[in-house]
Design a protein around this ligand. Structure first.
Ligand code: ARG
Length: 454
């Protein structure tokens, strides 16, 4: 059976197969598609050709209709039909229904390939900034938690076995610093994404004097992607770069989650998860399960797998646009959702996490002080290896020392009592403030171009 689409007739099953999930997923791209289209028509209206492709009044009429599309979308009234296949043709159909021939001119010098590429970059900008804001907030929460419990002793472990005296402050701020590294990766991903592919068309440019710099500026990108073929091929690669950066943040969160699960077990009792972050059991009345950190572990696995999935989809793609790219959209969007929700849920959990200093101190067996004892002998003049063997031979004689005194002796840079909480907090604040400013700048660009009120 043949079915009519917005751009010709297609076999019904082929249409369903090729449109895939686009009709649903593209709902998240309506805003970006309208933003990109507004920049495109503004550029077309300024193109030095005679007769002009679009007059400034035409461009204004298109933008006014795009505003109505956005309003309809916000009210859940903008529909992407199967015949449209995706958001791009749905918007074009709507513009043509309302504006006639003018609507049919909008796609001049543009392909759905560069259109979806620019949509996804605009979408990614907003979501990356949300992720960065959430990561910075979580990093600050972790630093505050670390500072509050800076001097609470905690057994430091290697191989999960008791190793050396440590502190809750060291443990918590380690995750904060890991997130600062992740923020640097996210920022790099943001900067790479901040290049405009619009005007690359099907992958090879167009034989008319379009102004790619202008559309890039109107959309608030740092610059256009230079090479039009690269502009198209970077789709998929960009998604995998972004997902990889999100995956690193999830890696940090997943390991923190694992520690939370472990150390809040009754056998440890170091931490107590806030009641509202635990769930009960349908059969066992006493249960307070750590479902949030458990799901965090699983969601981290998914984001990391999505980064790999997207890279795999494009790995063997030949040059130019290939429809394979469409399949990267779902893991890309889901990766953002998983990462952002995870970053957001941990901050309130951490700020309400209870610390049981008594249980933490109880964890200190005498063996935790073995290395400190050896270094004490070293300080008195014994070569380290001799001191090591001396202590090893007399492990049973190790007296339980005071964990507070052990911590007090560790004052060098980055050690339990040498932590620069203010420096870490300042770095987190800087990253978060930047993301907020950039989000506002982006929203202002969009509002100016579409004539929307702030
Ligand atoms: N929905 C399509 C995608 O995500 C848009 C581009 C279609 N381009 C094409 N040449 N069929 O890739």
């Amino acid at each position: 059976m043949r079915r009519k689409t917005t751009v010709g007739e297609v076999d019904a099953e082929v249409l369903a197969y090729t449109a895939g999930q686009d009709r649903v997923l593209d709902a998240a791209l309506v805003e970006a598609d309208c933003f990109g289209t507004a920049a495109h028509v503004a550029m077309l209206a300024r193109m030095p050709v005679k007769p002009p492709l679009l007059t400034p009044a035409d461009a204004q009429a298109v933008v006014a209709e795009l505003r109505r599309v956005l309003a309809d979308a916000a009210a859940g009234k903008f529909k992407i039909t199967l015949a449209d296949q995706d958001v791009h043709l749905a918007v074009e159909r709507r513009l043509t229904e309302k504006l006639g021939d003018l609507g049919k001119r909008v796609h001049t010098c543009r392909s759905r390939n560069d259109q979806v590429a620019v949509d996804l970059r605009l979408f990614a900008k907003v979501r990356l900034l949300e992720a960065m804001e959430a990561a910075a907030t979580l990093a600050r929460t972790l630093v505050a938690f670390a500072k509050k419990h800076a001097k609470v002793p905690m057994v430091g472990r290697t191989h999960m076995q008791p190793a050396m005296p440590s502190s809750v402050g060291l443990w918590a701020s380690a995750w904060a610093e890991s997130l600062l590294d992740d923020l640097a990766l996210l920022r790099t991903a943001y900067d790479l994404n901040d290049q405009c592919p619009l005007g690359s068309a099907a992958s090879y440019g167009v034989p008319l004097p379009i102004d790619r710099q202008l559309t890039s500026d109107l959309l608030g990108f740092a610059q256009p992607v230079h090479n039009v073929l690269h502009a198209n091929q970077a789709r998929g690669k960009m998604e995998s770069i972004i997902l990889a950066a999100l995956g690193q943040a999830m890696l940090t969160l997943s390991r923190l989650a694992q520690d939370l699960i472990l150390f809040s077990m009754p056998e440890f009792g170091y931490f107590r998860l806030p009641a509202e972050f635990t769930t009960g059991s349908s059969i066992m009345p006493q249960k307070r399960n750590p479902d949030v950190p458990e799901l965090l572990r699983a969601k981290a696995a998914k984001v990391l797998a999505h980064a790999n999935l997207v890279a795999e989809i494009v790995r063997a793609a030949p040059s130019g646009y290939n429809r394979d790219l469409q399949e990267t959209k779902a893991p890309f969007m889901e990766g953002f959702e998983l990462a952002i929700s995870s970053l957001r849920i941990l901050a309130p959990l951490m700020s309400k996490l209870e610390v049981d200093a008594v249980a933490l101190r109880r964890g200190f067996g005498p063996e935790v002080f073995a290395t400190d004892r050896a270094l004490e002998l070293v300080a008195a003049g014994m070569p380290f290896r001799d001191a090591y063997h001396e202590v090893k031979a007399n492990l049973d004689k190790l007296a339980g020392k005071n964990p507070d005194a052990a911590l007090a002796a560790k004052r060098h840079l980055g050690a339990p009592l040498g932590l620069d909480f203010a420096g870490l907090a300042a770095r987190a604040k800087k990253a978060g403030d930047w993301a907020v400013r950039e989000r506002k700048r982006h929203a202002a660009r969009r509002n100016a171009l579409l004539g929307l009120k702030a």
